[in-house]
Ligand binder design. Sequence first.
Ligand code: GZL
Ligand code: ZN
Length: 348
Amino acid sequence: MVNRGKSDRKWKLRLLILLAFFSAGCSGQGEKPKDERFYEDDVTSEKEEYIVVGFAQIGSESDYRIANSASFRETFCEENGYYLLFEDGQQKQENQIKALRNFILQEVDYIVLDPVVETGWDEVLQEAKAAGIPVILSDRSVTVEDEGLYTCWVGSDFEEEGRKAGRWLEDYLKSEGREEEEIRLVTLQGTLGSSAQIGRMNGFAEVLRLHDRWNMLEYASGDFTQSKGQEVMARFLDTYPDIDVVISENDNMTFGAIEAIEEAGKTCGPKGEIIMISFDAVSEASFTAMKEGKLHADVECNPFLAPKVDEIIGRLERGETVEKIQYVEEQCFDAFMDLDAIMEQRKY
Ligand code: GZL
Ligand code: ZN
């Protein structure tokens, strides 16, 4: 336990919660406080010590995000010795910065940040450092002057995800006898400036550069959402008569792109005319799209990062050092695998 006047901070936290409760009307008319457990027992009773974690989540823009949030709520629970303050940034950096400042005010033990974009964090991370609160980055990462502003980062190797997509396309075109063909591609980008978008684009580009007959017609952002993915894909179809491959940087944009393709009277996936390659492979819908022959391949992006963060906090609590960069395991799925068997083994 990082010792920083723990008991008086506990009182601060309880006071904040009590105020929230009574401001909601002590007859309980208003919304019940998020966390009733402080009222079932007598708040003066000595509660077991919790590790207080402030988690600044990006939003709820995708299936990946929903699974990622569930992972944190399941792991950072009372039974595991945690009190979790969860803030949803609604995909806006200013909301996340406000959340971090709130965590600092509440003197949490640890801050976990999933930064919506890579830049613009130096100042608030400096404030967390000055307050002596360790910051763990989860999923996406930051670009800062001083890497000492965060303890470590745990997430996906986004560039490797991009390379996997490129290598999968190479193998597939070869198997189809199309390795000498002119190939026209478009890319649906995720949130511009996010680690996932930058990494996947750069990783795929390493393979793209090896093929002078691969022509990337355009990159455009669908911000990782289904609605924007559909909008951008519809514009691509209007602009380019012959698209051979769509690289979509997450499944939610892919679901939108499939709708746009079908609305344009075209087809995609192994049963269609356009090769569709996606990222995340988080939800059942992703595997269904492959089973239905609408999606060729889906590069996994593992959302279950909370157990890794829990392990890191455990080590820090014991005064151990932790690796600065920690990747999670991921694989690439495609429509030609035994997807039913794979889905049986997976948590999602
Ligand atoms: C990647 C994650 C991305 C997912 C999207 O780790 O940050 O954000 O690929 C999500 O689905 O919106
Ligand atoms: Zn063509």
